[in-house]
Design a protein around this ligand. Sequence first.
Ligand SMILES: [Zn+2]
Length: 102
Amino acid sequence: MTIPCLADYLSTQFVGCRDCNATIVFATTTSSKKIPMDPLSSDRGNVALRLQLDASVPFGARLLARVFGKVDAYEARHAGATLYLSHFVTCPAAQARRKEGK
Ligand SMILES: [Zn+2]
């Protein structure tokens, strides 16, 4: 079995953000946390996404996220990597909550 295409995953496995209804996908970080991701790559992105085969999930693969620090993200983007942003960064509702200090 070959690893499914990341673009296929991003265009089929999305859900709606419960705060702003934007299209998001959930990825698992290297520390096993689930994070919501924007499914479109960003030139401000700092998260690399890849698929790992996993027969226990419906798609047959799970989405893994590797979060880069600012400098590493900058260097990875300039090396041609496609990076994504966490929806925490772009969600207007999450930003509003942050401003309120909640
Ligand atoms: Zn949102």
